[in-house]
Write a protein that binds this ligand. Structure first.
Ligand SMILES: [Zn+2]
Length: 278
């Protein structure tokens, strides 16, 4: 089993939310619940106010540096539309798409549009124009979809999507590969609440069970989704969990690949089996 690590970029600054949505007040309500329930320290609280004054919600560079140390080739998903608390501008997205390319990171779309072919197509074209890429993949923000989303994504030309959370091997919809993923930070650390309700050891125990399950199901790829915003000392449990996870998988000698490499591997297997049949 190989490992595909990806990062959804949901926020870049605090100011992008001012007068647009309630992300910032909700974030601090959550912070005080976590403080009063003993899940975060006073230092983390101060660090979060520090981030607010620095107007910094992303930790893309720090995360990229950490990934590099462990030979993790990550994929970042970034939005070019706004919605559901994703409020940064196209100019901000454009800056980070270029920056991520310079950091040798794969970058694809964090999608907002999931309901109609026309809107999915417009978003695809917009991302293609801004990123100047021909091979484009996607993950929907909040993994939203309806019964037509995946087939419409395939029709507009996405090479892959990773919006399904399940213990399934990658499968094809038209010419598009769907990569189900199994491990997401928020589901482990927050669920069933909307704030951190578990400590690090509980998260580690649950993660080990998920990895065992993926082995047991013989999955070719283990999919991991970690949000870059949590790779900081303002979110110690989140950051420590991710560091533990990458160190644990490395110690198990598991190989990390990005989506592009995985698609190439899958396509060559399909071509090989077609040749054998002929
Ligand atoms: Zn998202």
């Amino acid at each position: 089993m190989k490992v595909i690590v990806s990062h959804d970029i949901d926020h870049l600054t605090f100011s992008e939310h001012f007068l647009k949505d309630l992300i910032v007040p909700k974030y601090f309500v959550r912070t005080y619940i976590e403080l009063l329930s003993g899940k975060i320290s006073v230092i983390e609280l101060f660090n979060r106010y520090g981030d607010l004054f620095k107007n910094k919600s992303q930790h893309i560079e720090e995360l990229s540096q950490f990934n590099k140390q462990y030979n993790v080739p990550p994929t970042f998903f970034i939005g070019v539309n706004q919605g559901l608390g994703l409020s940064y501008s196209i100019n901000q997205a454009e800056y980070w798409i270029k920056r991520l390319s310079a950091l040798n990171c794969e970058v694809h779309l964090h999608g907002i549009e999931f309901e109609s072919f026309e809107k999915i197509n417009l978003e695809f074209q917009l991302f293609r124009r801004i990123s100047e890429q021909n091979i484009i993949g996607t993950r929907m923000h909040y993994i939203r979809k309806n019964e037509h989303t995946f087939s419409n994504m395939a029709k507009v030309g996405y090479v892959f999507d990773s919006s399904e959370m399940s213990f399934k091997a990658p499968y094809k919809i038209g010419d598009m590969w769907e990569f189900p993923f199994q491990i997401m930070d928020g589901y482990l650390i927050e669920k069933p609440k909307q704030w951190q309700c578990k400590n690090l050891n509980q998260c580690i125990d649950e993660t080990k069970k998920l990895i065992d399950k993926a082995h047991h199901e013989n999955l070719p790829y283990l999919g991991i989704d970690f949000h870059d915003r949590y790779f900081s000392n303002s979110h110690k449990t989140w950051k420590n969990w991710y560091v533990w996870l990458i160190e644990f998988l490395s110690s198990q000698k598991m190989e990390f690949v990005n989506f592009k490499q995985a698609v190439e591997e899958l396509e060559s297997k399909v071509n090989h089996s077609q040749k054998v049949q002929v």
